[in-house]
Each structure stands twice: as structure tokens, then as C-alpha cells.
Design a protein around this ligand. Structure first.
Ligand code: PBG
Length: 334
């Protein structure tokens, strides 16, 4: 069949025009990643050395409280708004109920105070969960091999109170017990901590990508079984919306999706549905995966960092927890 007109020998609509030079690419970019979008997770420890390399996370170190304070100064100077603390606790003080989690003179309160002395402008986010303090590696209290929900709530609320009391700006429950946001919010309100923010790990999946972190905090060897009775099944998406709705109703100010890269669909649904500040955690396994490929010369590190972090923003994140935070901030011209 012959067409009734002669088709133009060229396309009229050319999307490539908008890509033809750097200035126009910059002009039409839909997303701008800045250092203000980054949260830097710091692994802290109570050992004798200041900095101890984490083998499964090349470039990440366990830091003493003094080094954590230096990192906070670095973060501030780079324009990173907040750091998130995760403890590596001496195995000798771990027990079944995670007593160390509610020690007002423990490692996390020490670090909060050191950071607030050195860089008071930096937001300090603390993980609320018992796994770093228990001898079974679970986030809650265990009895007869079961992770007890309601018995854990009291411990978690007390842990959050201790953190707020030591000066934490944000408490971030990562334990996935039912009702923990409400228990924490009530404990904070009852004790006058009206402005302490709750960033809930609302949609946290049982994931293979936490492996290097569990090495870093020393809970890998401890963990008995898995976390599938409380962390979410990676087959589920609607369930994430129910979890987020509950956490907001219970008093969460911000919510998180974790891990990050395999769950960008969840980030997008959550941020579009609830319009609350939504964060994602580019977790240890995602970091390790990129670093391993970089070490082999298979990926360009800086391009991979910026592309993945921009992807989080594009999906709807208000910000990203990433071990790449200081490097990313430098790349962004901080
Ligand atoms: C546990 C917790 C985990 C991470 C942060 N808090 C791991 C887990 O649930 O076992 C993972 C962080 C990472 O992998 O970078 N409360």
C-alpha cells in the first residue's frame, strides 16, 4: 500500500534535542540530588581502637565515640543534615533481654553526647531495636524460641526514652514489632519529649541485603534462626501501605522503606499515597554489592553512587540513608 503523503525523511519530534548539551540537560533535569538529602549511618563501637575496618563493607569503619564526633563534624561541613547511629556492642554484655539497650551510660548515649558537643547542628538519629544487645540477635525479647511482641514493646519504649534523654533528635524503631510506634510515642510524650521525632522503619523487609551490617555490628554470628516472623515478606506491597498507615496513626513523623534499591516500587507507592516524608535505606548489602564491583573494576563508583541515589529521589524519597553519604556529598560539590 502506498501512503497518501510522502513521510518526512526525518522525525519532527526529537527527544534527543533536550539531551544535546550539558546546559540543556541541566536545565530540564527533573530531580536535583543535594547533600541535604543524605543521612550518614555510622557504626559505633565500645572497643579500644578508634577506627576498625569492616571487611564486608570496604570504606566503612566502626568508630569510637570520639571518632563518631569527628564524623559528625565532617557531615556538618559537607552539608549532610543528620547521622544515624548503630552500635557494635561487646559480646560479653549481650543477654537475652538486651539489657545494654537501656543503659543510660551505654555506648549510644555516649556517642549522642560526644556528637552534640562537637556538632550541635547535626541531627542525631538512633536505631530502636534490641538485636545489637541480645545474645540471640533478635530485635525483641525471645521466650521459648519465639520473639514476643508485647513484652518487647516495653523494652523498646524504654530504649527510645533513654536515647531521647541523652539528646537524640530522632528515634527510629527498626524492630517491626506491632504497636511499637505508639508505645514509643506515649513514652516520649509522658516524659516531656514532645518534639522528639519518630522515623519508623515502617516497611522493613526480611532481606539478604543486611548481611554485611550484621557483621559490622557483630550480630551475624549471634542470630538464631531468621527474622521472618516480624520483618515483611518481600512478595508483599499492599501490606507495606497498611504498615505505613498504622505507623502514621501511632505517631510516626517520617517513614522508611528498607532495603532501598530492590524496593523502589514501595517507596513510590508510599510517598504517593501518604505524602509524608519518606526515606529509604540503601543498606549494607547494596553498599557492599557496589563496592565489590568497583573493586573488580566492573563499575565506576562515583557514577554508580549518583545514579542510585538519584533513583531514590526520583521514586519519591525525601532523603536516603547511605554509607556513601560523605563521598556523595563531595561529588555533589559540597
Ligand atoms: C536491626 C537493623 C538492621 C539494619 C539496621 N537496623 C538489620 C536487621 O534487621 O537485621 C540493617 C542496616 C544495613 O544493612 O545497612 N535492627
Amino acid at each position: 500500500m502506498t501512503l497518501p503523503f510522502a513521510p518526512a525523511p526525518f522525525p519532527l519530534a526529537r527527544p534527543r534535542r533536550l539531551r544535546s548539551s550539558p546546559w540543556v540537560r541541566r536545565l530540564v533535569a527533573e530531580i536535583a540530588l543535594t547533600p541535604a538529602d543524605l543521612i550518614w549511618p555510622l557504626i559505633v563501637h565500645d572497643g579500644a581502637d578508634d577506627r576498625v575496618a569492616v571487611p564486608s563493607m570496604p570504606g566503612v569503619f566502626r568508630l569510637s565515640p570520639r571518632e563518631a564526633a569527628k564524623a559528625a563534624v565532617e557531615a556538618r561541613d559537607l552539608g549532610i543534615p543528620a547521622v544515624a547511629l548503630f552500635p557494635n556492642i561487646d559480646g560479653a554484655i549481650k543477654d537475652a533481654v538486651g539489657t545494654g539497650a537501656t543503659d543510660p551510660d551505654g555506648l549510644i548515649p555516649d556517642c549522642i553526647k560526644a556528637i552534640k558537643d562537637a556538632a550541635p547542628e547535626i541531627g542525631v538519629i538512633c536505631d530502636v531495636a534490641l538485636d545489637c544487645y541480645t545474645d540471640h540477635g533478635h530485635d525483641g525479647v525471645v521466650e521459648d524460641g519465639r520473639v514476643l511482641n508485647d513484652a518487647s514493646l516495653e523494652r523498646l519504649a524504654e530504649q527510645a526514652f533513654i536515647q531521647a534523654h541523652a539528646g537524640a533528635d530522632v528515634v527510629a524503631p527498626s524492630d517491626m514489632m506491632d504497636g511499637r510506634v505508639q508505645a514509643i510515642r506515649e513514652a516520649l510524650e509522658a516524659n516531656g519529649f514532645h518534639d522528639t521525632l519518630i522515623l519508623s522503619y515502617a516497611a522493613k523487609y526480611a532481606s539478604a541485603f543486611y548481611g554485611p551490617y550484621r557483621d559490622a555490628v557483630g550480630s551475624a554470628a549471634m542470630l538464631v534462626g531468621d527474622k521472618k516472623t516480624y520483618q515483611m515478606d518481600h512478595a508483599n506491597s499492599d501490606e507495606a501501605l497498611r504498615e505505613v498507615a498504622m505507623d502514621i496513626a501511632e505517631g510516626a513523623d517520617m517513614v522508611m522503606v528498607k532495603p532501598g534499591m530492590p524496593y523502589l516500587d514501595i517507596v513510590q507507592r508510599v510517598s504517593e499515597t501518604f505524602k509524608v516524608p519518606t526515606f529509604a535505606y540503601q543498606v549494607s548489602g547494596e553498599y557492599a554489592m557496589i563496592q565489590a564491583a568497583v573493586a573488580h573494576g566492573w563499575l565506576d563508583q562515583d557514577r554508580a553512587i549518583l545514579e542510585t541515589l538519584t533513583g531514590f529521589k526520583r521514586a519519591g524519597c525525601a532523603g536516603v540513608l547511605t554509607y556513601f553519604a560523605p563521598r556523595a556529598a563531595r561529588l555533589l560539590g559540597a
